[in-house]
Design a protein around this ligand. Structure first.
Ligand code: THU
Length: 134
């Protein structure tokens, strides 16, 4: 793993510990690198009203936006789990709002990264503003 990637992996691992998951007990951590080489993390935050749960990726994106950054260059998504974490469909669309199709998304567990895909591989034929903006 490159130094950059292992630093991002460590950031995702650190934030994963703060995940609030009393219902699923499935801790997810995410680290975004922006095109300006800034880093933003997020973890999942659940709610007794299950539908109000916020995914780790969504929270990392909110963190990025409130700090004035908008363009994702690369991402790491991991879970405290035996199997590789992959972003849910909704989060694929959220990522797509702020990233080009060729960015790399590295996925895995708290132990290692096991998969890398481009956003286009995870979300082919993505719907975006270009579909309705003339
Ligand atoms: N979760 C995420 O944080 N990101 C995903 O992309 C998949 C699902 C969280 C939501 C919930 O807290 C738990 O994982 C189980 O669905």
């Amino acid at each position: 793993m490159t130094d950059l990637r292992s630093n991002m992996f460590q950031m995702a691992k650190d934030v994963l510990h703060n995940a609030y998951v009393p219902y699923s007990h499935y801790k997810v951590g995410c680290c975004i690198r922006t095109t300006n080489n800034q880093f933003f993390v997020g973890c999942n935050v659940e709610n007794a009203v299950y539908g109000l749960t916020c995914c780790a990726e969504a929270n990392a994106i909110v963190n990025m936006i409130i700090h004035g950054e908008k363009q994702i260059a690369e991402m790491i998504i991991i879970a405290e789990s035996e199997t590789c974490c992959v972003p849910c469909g909704g989060c694929r669309q959220r990522i797509s709002e702020f990233a080009s199709g060729d960015i790399l998304i590295h996925m895995g567990t708290h132990q290692s990264l096991t998969e890398t895909k481009t956003l286009s591989e995870l979300l082919p034929l993505a719907f975006g503003a270009a579909h309705f903006k003339q």
